[in-house]
Design a protein around this ligand. Structure first.
Ligand code: OGA
Ligand code: MN
Length: 302
């Protein structure tokens, strides 16, 4: 059957029905998906039947798999993240379990693995167990940073242009103090990095977007602590404007794929002790740093 998609919203998202992501893809299928994600930033593939192995295979069509920093948060293999409040063996975990605390941290706007100098490109999240329809929360929300940048005032664009945010994996511990300390080697594998707040997209004719997260560090370089935190808080409120957002209401066996270079995302919190929610994620590794207006690769092109 010919691959086709239908648009979800004008500024984010398409849905693809009648396509089996567990099979080996041919080059024109990979190309179709690549073009769709480039244009729409988000794809939902309906009615999939996947496991860790086939999700990893599907993800590899678009680049190399990223490994998760902490092995006990993965499922089967280190490249498949266990995004759930259910253990690898199928037990519903208590709310204070460190694996559940990490799910709670996903409810803060972010883009995946921004704590890496080369952050992730695409994420693929497969819904194996979802909340019952009467439960509140559990949706995944996305905000379009190209659009959010465009709608900024000129003053705000000028203010943000030279700034960087600090991103540190270890700082998740400040937001979720119940998490155990990282080991020395985990810390030294993931030292803090900075990324420009304004991201330039060479593959989009050097268009600019916002790029920041609120699930690791909240500090902005080149400003006092208070000023930086105030600006960060302003950004979080600003991009939460529903005008920029798409909210995904999960059906069982949805596979959703998004572009971390363009969208921020978060899970809407739910009752973690009452309901089970189990997803697995494959991630396409980034191969280059986030380019800002003053990066050497960019500044003479603008
Ligand atoms: C993630 C994530 C959101 C969700 O896996 O990176 O942010 O809805 N998940 O579980
Ligand atoms: Mn995420």
């Amino acid at each position: 059957m010919e691959l086709s998609s239908k648009k979800l919203l004008a500024h984010i998202g398409v849905q693809i029905d009648n396509f089996d992501c567990s099979k080996k893809l041919n080059t024109s299928e990979v190309e179709f998906i690549r073009n769709s994600i480039q244009e729409n930033h988000f794809i939902c593939f309906k009615n999939q039947k996947l496991n860790g192995e086939t999700l990893a295979q599907f993800t590899k069509n678009f680049g190399e798999l990223e490994a998760y920093p902490e092995k006990d948060k993965t499922k089967g293999k280190i490249e498949i993240f266990n995004v759930s409040n259910v253990s690898e063996n199928g037990d519903h975990l208590p709310e204070d379990d460190q694996r559940v605390l990490l799910q709670k941290n996903n409810s803060r706007w972010h883009t995946d693995s921004s704590y890496r100098y080369y952050p992730a490109v695409f994420s693929m999240l497969y819904g194996q167990e979802i909340l019952p329809p009467e439960a509140a929360g559990g949706q995944t929300q996305f905000s379009n940073m190209l659009m959010a940048y465009e709608e900024l005032s000129d003053d705000k664009k000028m203010l943000l242009e030279p700034l960087h945010q600090v991103h540190s994996y270890n700082d998740i511990r400040r937001l979720e103090p119940g998490l155990p300390e990282l080991t020395q080697s985990e810390k030294s594998n993931f030292p803090p990095v900075t990324h420009p707040l304004i991201r330039v997209h060479p593959d989009r004719n050097y268009k600019k977007s916002l790029f920041f997260t609120s699930n690791t560090s909240l500090e902005i370089g080149g400003m006092s602590l208070d000023e930086g935190r105030d600006l960060h808080k302003w950004l979080v409120d600003y991009i939460s404007n529903p005008e920029f957002c798409y909210t995904h209401y999960w059906d069982l066996n949805d596979l959703v794929m998004w572009d971390n270079r363009v969208l921020l995302h978060r899970v809407i919190p739910y009752d973690y002790s009452r309901y089970r929610r189990a997803m697995i994620r494959g991630t396409v590794e980034g191969k280059e740093p986030v380019a800002g207006p003053f990066s050497n690769t960019i500044r003479n092109k603008l």
